[in-house]
Design a protein around this ligand. Structure first.
Ligand SMILES: [Fe+2]
Length: 421
């Protein structure tokens, strides 16, 4: 699912030093979960490894968190929701960490203010590494010692924790790129990083219309916001096979897209004026040529690559300029399930014009974990697919990402749709 990306992202997280287990042990669910847990935990550390202690403490805006905080917060998540309720006799690594590393779980107690995460020089990186090791050992113990009766609930919460940590793995990269973008010397995260190539085509393909099924209805993990699966009505439409490219975006710029108020939503135009937007995030002109700060440092904008780091407002204005529309999230999912989309996954998240709302009949779970998704279902827009920074195995047809319409520090792009008649 990752056509071309940094070697740091491409290298997967399997601990190859581990001995091969006998078949009888390898098929044991506890072994499988322990291996899965360590693979995900190792991937976080691998993504943090190129970053110095100074890199890891900086917070460049309230929406972005320091790498060190991501490493600690994902660890607190296992401590808070898995170990404290389920591992008898578990002792928290440090009683103050719950305050420092709780993100937004009101039911889990008071927490440090989000915009001030970058002020936490202590605990230092070594202590966060020790925190991670402490929790890793305890989770190993819980997986080994849970009774057969306890194991299903342990595994359910463990799986949420792993998927949660994978979400933060992507944020480690998007957040450090935003931090590096504040630095005039344009730091490089991974010198071997290459822009993902998209399969560029101007084709629009007809998709199934009428009553269709969306949402998660299979086996395995999904987030609660992907359910209940339900029926939707799809208007006759043709969807772009490819993502919008930088070349197309350059045409939009050249046609004064950023200087034409009639193309923009009112809030979008206000953002253009307030932020001085004249190009996607991280673009700068050098000697008359557009360059972009990437995970591989500053590079000339590649016309063939999909555009990224555009907000919903920009995606919406581009669609209006092109005489098309952004697909709804249901249209995107129906088209993706029919295998009509190139680069649906692994290149760039794709804005849809769907507000992030609960599916019919959705109810958030009781307790603090019920705060995971449900309380954010207002004022944000849904993105579908996944990006080249999304960890392997994390994407799904029914996956719903969501951000505020002004956000553009994610690897967010778009594809278009056109309606019959
Ligand atoms: Fe989190």
């Amino acid at each position: 699912m990752t056509p071309a990306t940094s070697s740091a992202i491409r290298r997967r997280s399997v601990d190859e030093s581990r001995p091969t287990l006998p078949a009888s042990t390898a098929n044991d669910p506890r072994t499988i979960w322990r291996e899965r847990f360590h693979a995900v935990r190792a991937e976080t550390e691998r993504r943090a490894a190129p970053l110095s202690a100074e890199d890891q403490v900086v917070q460049s805006m309230p929406d972005a968190s320091p790498t060190k905080w991501h490493r600690a917060h994902t660890t607190w998540f296992f401590e808070q929701f898995l170990l404290i309720p389920h591992l008898t006799g578990y002792r928290a690594f440090d009683g103050e960490f719950a305050y420092l590393f709780n993100s937004y779980y009101v039911a889990a107690g008071p927490r440090h203010a989000r915009p001030r995460r970058g002020l936490l020089t202590r605990p230092d990186c070594a202590e966060v590494a020790a925190y991670r090791a402490h929790v890793d050992n305890a989770v190993d113990r819980l997986i080994a010692d849970a009774t057969q009766a306890e194991l299903p609930e342990v595994v359910r919460v463990l799986d949420i924790g792993l998927n949660h940590e994978q979400q933060h793995q992507e944020l480690i990269l998007t957040d450090i790129l935003h931090a590096f973008a504040q630095n005039p010397v344009a730091p490089c995260y991974d010198a071997s990083w290459r822009a993902p190539r998209s399969r560029s085509s101007m084709d629009y393909v007809s998709m199934a219309s009428g009553v269709q099924n969306v949402g998660f209805a299979g086996e395995g993990f999904c987030f609660d916001n992907e359910q209940p699966a339900h029926q939707v009505f799809i208007q006759p439409a043709r969807i772009a096979r490819s993502l919008v490219t930088n070349a197309q975006w350059l045409d939009f710029i050249a046609d004064d897209g950023y200087a034409t108020p009639s193309l923009w939503l009112s809030d979008g135009w206000a953002a253009v004026e307030a932020e001085g937007w004249a190009a996607p995030g991280y673009w700068h002109k050098i000697d008359g040529a557009w360059h972009a700060l990437t995970l591989g440092g500053r590079k000339p904008v590649d016309p063939a690559a999909p555009v990224t780091h555009v907000s919903y407002y920009e995606a919406d204005a581009f669609a209006r300029w092109a005489g098309k529309d952004l697909p709804t999230e249901a249209e995107w999912e129906v088209a993706a399930r029919a295998d009509l989309l190139d680069d649906a996954f692994g290149t760039a998240w794709q804005w849809t014009r769907s507000a992030y709302l609960p599916y019919p009949g959705y109810r958030a779970a009781d307790g603090a974990l019920g705060e995971y998704n449900g309380k954010f279902m207002v004022n944000q827009m849904v993105l579908r697919g996944s990006s080249h920074a999304t960890p392997a195995g994390h994407a799904r047809m029914s996956y719903r990402n969501f951000f505020y319409p002004s956000a553009r520090w994610q690897f967010s792009g778009l594809r278009l749709v056109e309606y019959a008649g």
